[in-house]
Design a protein around this ligand. Structure first.
Ligand SMILES: [Zn+2]
Length: 421
């Protein structure tokens, strides 16, 4: 099971709703503070004991849905415990105190996603606050899955930033581990090729040419519409382009997953979201983070993977294009051109995106504790060592690797999804 937090911007629509939300949040923060003080006074962080002493007075005093009241107690317990832990370690710590801006905890039963709108329970039974979600394309597949009931969600939080409100929605995915034979496929995403997948017995390219062509056409068209001030048309064109891209991403993600599923393998992709140290990222990764089309493709892969019984591992995205997938030697000069890779150390020459896909597969294999991804990569000269996997991404098992992969006999299918329009 993996947990994910989606940060969704809400439209508060009008002043009345916005004020109501602010009032609910203040109430929640006050209730959490009430519990903090209770913990100090009663000298316990035991939930049952606190419930016994504080539940009724809190219910009397604060108008909150009961599940949110429980969230505020849990928040106080958690905060106080981490304060005690710091103190126990001899670190500097002052008694915690919640300000009025504390993000509002929302119990699972106090929220629902209906269509693309958040339905928030209020203190009054069957009286709701409806807050439309300002949909970011990359979140759409997740939100739709929650609304459809196919993706589970849990207690979440509402955060305020200036005038804006965000729902930090916690979702849970059941990912059955059906990796049967230690096979890991690597997927490299990019612009020249939308996707390149490499596995033990296959190489697949999804060319990005048609995608670029079509998106450029949309952009050019919008530019001319803009010039004659047809803003309505511009908006429609944007919608049309997103729908077209979404449809294509659906196709690609299905093709990728069914290929991996055939062999009962796992799929390794680059981790793009939730990376703490952004500074160290390569330009390529940074560009991809800001391109919603990639985010959407990744979200769709995650969303559909359980249906295909495919486990997805996210690997460190750094230097996947500069390292040699055969000997592990990493150097900028290895990459000759956009599409040509030639290792300065061992002379191995291969399509650059394919090399990256193999590196990604190898890192995925390491994270899963397998000896090898696909090719005979990984082994660094002399040491029998492995491609470094940073701690943030989990440290994989270093191990010996088969001597040589079937790099020579790979079938090269140019699987260009044909595009109409
Ligand atoms: Zn090499």
């Amino acid at each position: 099971m993996s947990v994910r937090v989606l940060k969704l911007k809400l439209r508060t629509v009008n002043r009345g709703k916005s004020d109501r939300l602010a009032a609910m949040q203040r109430e929640y923060a006050a209730c959490a503070q009430f519990h903090l003080e209770g913990i100090e006074r009663l000298q316990t962080t035991n939930a049952t004991a606190l419930h016994r002493e504080l539940y009724l007075p809190a219910k009397e005093r604060f108008s909150l849905p009961v599940v949110n009241l429980q969230r505020s107690r849990d928040k106080a317990i958690e905060t106080f415990r981490s304060y005690l832990a710091r103190k126990a370690k001899g670190k500097r710590a002052s008694v915690p105190k919640f300000g009025p801006g504390l993000p509002m905890g929302v119990g699972q039963r106090a929220l629902a996603i209906v269509g693309r709108t958040l339905r928030l329970s209020t203190e009054k039974a069957r009286e709701y606050l409806w807050l439309p979600i300002e949909m970011d394309e990359r979140h759409a597949p997740w939100v739709d899955a929650v609304a459809a009931g196919t993706l589970k969600y849990g207690a979440s939080e509402l955060h305020r930033r200036g005038k804006d409100w965000y729902l930090h929605l916690t979702v849970y995915e059941d990912v059955p581990n059906t990796v049967e034979n230690g096979v890991v496929y690597g997927l490299d995403l990019g612009v020249a090729n939308t996707a390149v997948m490499s596995g033990p017995d296959l190489v697949k390219f999804w060319s990005g040419q048609a995608v670029r062509h079509t998106r450029n056409r949309y952009q050019a068209r919008r530019k001319s519409l803009q010039e004659v001030k047809l803003t309505g048309e511009v908006r429609r064109s944007k919608g049309k382009e997103s729908r077209w891209m979404r449809n294509l991403n659906h196709q690609i993600s299905c093709q990728i997953l069914s290929e991996v599923a055939k062999n009962g393998g796992a799929l390794a992709i680059e981790k793009l979201l939730g990376i703490r140290d952004r500074v160290k990222l390569t330009r390529k990764v940074n560009r991809m983070i800001h391109n919603w089309a990639f985010g959407e493709l990744i979200a769709l892969l995650h969303q559909k993977a359980p249906r295909y019984g495919v486990k997805i591992v996210e690997v460190d995205p750094r230097h996947t294009s500069q390292g040699c997938s055969k000997c592990g030697h990493t150097e900028k000069g290895n990459r000759l051109r956009q599409d040509r890779f030639k290792c300065k150390a061992c002379g191995y020459a291969v399509h650059a995106d394919l090399n990256a896909a193999r590196n990604i597969a190898n890192r995925g294999a390491l994270m899963l504790g397998y000896t090898s991804g696909i090719t005979g990569g990984l082994t660094l000269p002399g040491s029998g060592n492995t491609v470094p996997v940073s701690r943030e991404f989990g440290d994989g098992q270093a191990s010996d690797v088969e001597a040589e992969g079937p790099s020579g006999q790979l079938m090269q299918s140019h699987d260009v999804t044909s595009l109409s329009s």
